[in-house]
Design a protein. Structure first.
Lengths: 118, 113
């Protein structure tokens, strides 16, 4: 079974600074996808960034980038130039094509509450 | 934002009542999902569907049931609500293939008294 662990329940950062959220996962699969989702207070869950396991290059999306270490099974999210609107709960998620079925089930981590202070 | 909708957004109901949480998407996605999330906690998959007339139970046992008669519609029903069902329920959908991104609805916050 796959597991996803986020060891930081809460993080805080000053506006305009950089913060890194940690995520580790465990799987025996070789072909999988990793995601970071953002859930702002009382608002819809949205995708922040996605990484394909077979790609060595780290994904980037504007101020958001990942550090994907496949051998270490680590997938951290770096947020540069933090903004007040980045305040949210962030979930790391894993999606593998286990057992030949392609139902795309996501396994989520416990979440990290990020607060950006002015 | 994604075109996936949930109604009602908030529901307060008494024990023993039957409720149906609605979820619809206009993206033509084959796969749809229901997650349960307690406040500030992780998400747990309770049901999913590959397509019309396909439904499966997820990783977390749930007393709820689902149906998928139309591609765009994936309602969740509780025959007899109990206080232990109090939670937030999130609906999501994704396109064919395991790597596709899941798009989430705004959620339904359920309180059973």
């Amino acid at each position: 079974a796959q597991t996803v662990t986020q060891s930081q329940p809460e993080m805080s950062v000053q506006e305009a600074e950089t913060v890194t959220l940690s995520c580790t996962y465990d799987t025996s699969e070789n072909n999988y996808y990793l995601f970071w989702y953002k859930q702002p207070p009382s608002r819809q869950m949205i995708l922040v960034i996605r990484q394909e396991a077979y790609k060595q290059q780290n994904a980037t999306e504007n101020r958001f980038s990942v550090n994907f270490q496949k051998a270490a099974k680590s997938f951290s999210l770096k947020i540069s130039d933090s903004q007040l609107g980045d305040t949210a709960m962030y979930f790391c998620a894993f999606n593998a094509n286990a057992g030949g079925t392609s139902y795309g089930k996501l396994t989520f981590g416990q979440g990290t509450i990020l607060t950006v202070h002015p | 934002e994604a075109d996936i909708y949930q109604t009602p957004r908030y529901l307060v109901i008494g024990t023993g009542k039957k409720i149906t949480l609605e979820c619809s998407q206009t993206m033509g996605h084959d796969k749809m999902y229901w997650y349960q999330q307690d406040p500030g906690m992780e998400l747990h998959l309770i049901h999913y569907s590959y397509g019309v007339n396909s439904t499966e139970k997820g990783d977390l046992s749930s007393e709820s049931t689902v149906s998928r008669i139309r591609t765009e519609h994936f309602p969740l029903t509780l025959e007899s609500a109990r206080p232990s069902h109090t939670s937030q329920y999130l609906c999501a959908s994704s396109d064919r293939g395991f790597q596709e991104t899941q798009y989430f609805g705004p959620g339904t916050r359920l309180l059973v008294l």
